[in-house]
Design a protein around this ligand. Structure first.
Ligand SMILES: [Zn+2]
Length: 353
């Protein structure tokens, strides 16, 4: 019934009123999570365990699910230790899957802010070098557990910002079990336990994370078969578009980009939708930052739309040609979902013939 009215409005109105669009609140917005998924999940593997390299990393690569591996450089014999270098090689080979996170150089705790700065300066530089990243590329930081930590929150925040690092997920050490919302799940033992966090993310539209150490070995070991079952479950939810699995730093950067973007001059006409993008942080968030996913309302009778740009920040002819040509996306229930290409300032959405 509603669809019929919308089609009728599209057919007869010279200029489409906003009400002809399925999403009345705004014709364009940034999806809360990448791909317009309902919730976000991050997988954390702490302490750079050999078993997580051997047993978790290949399983993540096979499924295309990213994980963050928190490494302490000081735990290895030297910077050329093969057991350390292999992490960098994996991050270079699979930059969308294998993210290295800072877990301090020594995992021994710190007694003041200066020591904290030294720990992460040394470790962060090492990890970026291993992964082939620029020296100011943001890294996720994980507090080492069960050690002395004599820095205030303010000092900690300043040191992290100074070193382009971001505290992973709000987390208080020794919290027993997850709180609904934003604390990592630490105490799970099975895939079914992990599924509770996945369900929560879908239900609440939030960001949940799971912390692992050993996978089928080492310490605080998570069972290998259960780990596989957990990833199967997550992969199915990701493929169905219900969850986004992002590395710790990518979820943080996605949220930062999302919250900074503004749309101006949105204009709805019978041809379609035009708008301008302001505040796109783009590469300021790092060379590997994920692009924001946009959700645009289009007339419900469209089946495909073409998204293109005549106004962009780059001068390169190839990119300009590509922007003018644009790309096609399917329409579902009167909306389209796409990742905003880097450098696009003006965006046009038209019916694809
Ligand atoms: Zn640790």
């Amino acid at each position: 019934m509603k669809a019929t009215l919308l089609v009728a409005a599209a057919a007869f109105a010279a200029a489409l009123p906003l009400s002809a669009f399925a999403e009345k609140e705004s014709p364009v917005r940034v999806a809360t999570w990448k791909g317009a998924a309902k919730g976000a999940i991050s997988l954390y593997y702490d302490d750079g365990t050999g078993s997580s390299f051997k047993n978790a990393l290949p399983e993540l690569v096979r499924r295309g699910l990213p994980g963050t591996f928190y490494i302490c450089g000081g735990w290895f014999g030297s910077e050329n230790d093969p057991n350390l270098v292999r992490w960098g090689a994996a991050a270079k080979e699979h930059p969308d899957i294998v993210f290295l996170g800072d877990h301090t150089w020594a995992h021994g705790g710190v007694s003041n802010a200066l020591q904290f700065a030294e720990e992460i300066s040394r470790n962060g530089a090492l990890l970026r070098r291993l992964a082939g990243l620029p020296e100011d590329e943001p890294l996720s930081f994980a507090l080492p557990g069960a050690v002395r930590w004599d820095v205030t929150r303010e000092e900690q925040a300043k040191v992290l910002a100074d070193h382009h690092e971001v505290l992973r997920h709000p987390f208080e050490p020794n919290i027993a079990g997850p709180k609904d919302g934003n604390n990592p799940t630490f105490s799970m033992r099975t895939a079914a336990d992990a599924a509770k966090a996945f369900d929560r993310a879908e239900r609440n539209g939030g960001w949940e994370s799971l912390i692992f150490h050993g996978i089928g070995g080492d310490w605080i070991a998570f069972d290998l078969a259960e780990h596989g079952a957990m990833l199967d479950d997550l992969e199915a939810r990701v493929k169905a578009g219900r969850l986004w699995c992002g590395s710790a730093i990518d979820v943080h950067r996605y949220a930062a980009a999302r919250d900074a973007i503004r749309f101006t001059d949105a204009e709805v006409s019978e041809q379609g939708l035009d708008f301008r993008v302001e505040g796109d942080a783009g590469q300021q968030l790092g060379v590997t930052a994920p692009r924001p996913t946009l959700v645009c309302a289009v007339p419900a009778d469209w089946t495909r739309a073409r998204v293109r740009s005549e106004l962009f920040t780059f001068g390169c002819k190839e990119l300009a040609d590509r922007a003018r040509k644009g790309f096609e996306v399917p329409v579902s229930a009167g909306r389209i979902v796409f990742d905003l290409p880097l450098g696009w300032v003006g965006v046009s959405v038209r019916k694809a013939e």
